[in-house]
Design a binder for this molecule. Structure first.
Ligand SMILES: CC(C)(COP(=O)(O)OP(=O)(O)OC[C@H]1O[C@@H](n2cnc3c(N)ncnc32)[C@H](O)[C@@H]1OP(=O)(O)O)[C@@H](O)C(=O)NCCC(=O)NCCS
Length: 399
């Protein structure tokens, strides 16, 4: 059933809880693949009538494609989930936006008629595979990227503070505090319950536990506490701290996409419609600014403006880059459309998992706000890229 120029719709989007990377992390004894398998099982359970035989490709974003995350994990996940050998799979690397790119590529495959039903996911176990692990940059890479800071994401955030001093440490801390507050409220209200799939994990003492709660949020955060934190990326005069940065995390998320024709023929309820994608490159030493051109491209393709965006999900790699991007897109950081349920500063940012996590948030926020029509998911990417996708809320059309 291949349809040229079909509408692309999201049927479901789920994620694991996000753990802290490292030995104290809830997933320290869990492999990356074992974060993904329960997500596939949940898609079958949650969507009666959906089964592995419908899936035409398994496209997974993963930044560090070595060890347990290597060997084409996108192909291995359905096999390990015992979905058989017939589902092809691949792995995509666009660093932080690897998973959002998987969603974008899946959308383009469906819209041009290459497929009717695809999985687009993202996984990152930053505890087992830290950022930059086993990377071997070309001898000219540092110079061509604009200097050593391009390799260190925290330094790129300090660079944004330098070049755009109107965004201060105080503003970044205030943004981070608001993020923690919104996150705590969303968790308290049960907003995460529908999207988090419990994953079994083994604790240090051998006990097995089901993990269904994010480990990274710090609801006790105060502005005073944030102001006291050290600046690990620059000893003197730094502004970027553990409190106003996203964290180092383990997690996975997946989106089930279909052509609208297939969804309707099989009785599935589409939740979101893909509208447009924009991807852009900027100076790598201020990589966090890239959601601006990426979003402007997506808006132009969609024939829409930021005013039309009723829900804005921006991945907060760092508070300062979120502040910069929102400002340049003409949106106040305390605009109620922005990261209503909080963001990566609180939940954490397991790189490739964060894009599909944003889509899961969009699905939940669209359901909660049926009057909202359009939504934006956008992310910055190391080496200076931005990736944005615009969505339409199909709950609105039904209501
Ligand atoms: C910033 C960063 C280096 C901090 O790492 P870390 O030192 O392991 O972070 P921790 O969680 O241990 O926090 C450090 C300290 O800040 C404190 N802290 C963190 N968040 C806090 C908050 N919201 N309120 C108060 N204190 C906080 C911690 O309690 C800890 O204190 P301690 O040293 O007294 O134990 C790390 O999170 C990082 O590299 N983030 C960016 C990730 C990245 O680049 N991603 C890609 C983006 S493109």
């Amino acid at each position: 059933m291949s349809n040229t120029f079909s509408d692309v719709v999201v049927i479901d989007a789920v994620r694991t809880a996000f753990g802290r990377a490292g030995e104290k992390g809830i997933f320290w004894n869990t492999r990356a693949e074992d974060l993904c398998i329960p997500l596939l099982e949940a898609l079958v359970e949650r969507n009666p009538g959906f089964g592995p035989d419908m899936v035409e490709d398994s496209i997974w974003g993963v930044t560090n494609q070595v060890k347990e995350q290597g060997g084409t994990i996108g192909r291995m996940i359905p096999i390990l989930a015992q979905w058989g050998w017939k589902i092809p799979g691949c792995s995509i690397d666009r660093m932080c936006a690897s998973g959002l790119t998987a969603v974008g590529f899946a959308s383009s495959h469906i819209t041009c008629g290459m497929a009717d039903c695809l999985l687009a996911g993202g996984v990152e176990h930053m505890g087992h595979l830290p950022m930059g692990f086993m990377r071997d940059p070309h001898p000219m890479a540092e110079e061509r990227l604009g200097g050593p800071s391009a390799f260190n994401m925290g330094m790129t955030a300090e660079n944004i503070h330098d070049r755009f001093p109107e965004f201060t440490r105080e503003m970044a801390d205030e943004y981070a505090w608001q993020c923690q507050r919104k996150t705590a409220e969303a968790i308290e209200a049960g907003s995460m319950a529908d999207m988090i799939v419990p994953v079994e994990s083994t604790l240090a003492d051998g006990t097995k536990v089901l993990i269904d709660k994010d480990q990274h949020p710090r609801p006790e955060t105060t502005l005073e506490g944030l102001a006291k934190l050290k600046t690990p990326f620059r000893e003197q005069g730094g502004r970027v701290t553990a409190g106003n940065s996203s964290g180092l995390n383990d997690g996975a998320a997946v989106v089930l996409l279909m052509s609208r024709v297939m969804a309707e023929k099989n009785g599935f309820t589409p939740k979101l419609r893909w509208v447009a994608t924009g991807v852009a490159g900027v100076d790598p030493t201020i990589m966090g600014t890239a959601p601006v051109p990426a979003t402007l491209k997506a808006l132009e393709k969609a024939g829409l403006t930021m005013e039309d965006m009723d829900i804005i999900e921006i991945n907060e790699a760092f508070a300062v880059q979120a502040l910069y991007c929102l400002d340049r897109l003409g949106v106040s950081p305390d605009d109620s459309r922005v990261n209503k349920w909080g963001g990566a500063i609180a939940y954490g940012h397991p790189l490739a998992a964060s894009g599909p996590r944003l889509v899961a948030f969009m699905k939940g926020l669209f359901a909660q706000n049926p009057d909202a029509r359009y939504g934006l998911t956008t992310m910055c990417v190391g080496r200076g890229q931005g990736y944005s996708i615009i969505w339409e809320n199909l709950n609105r059309i039904r209501s």
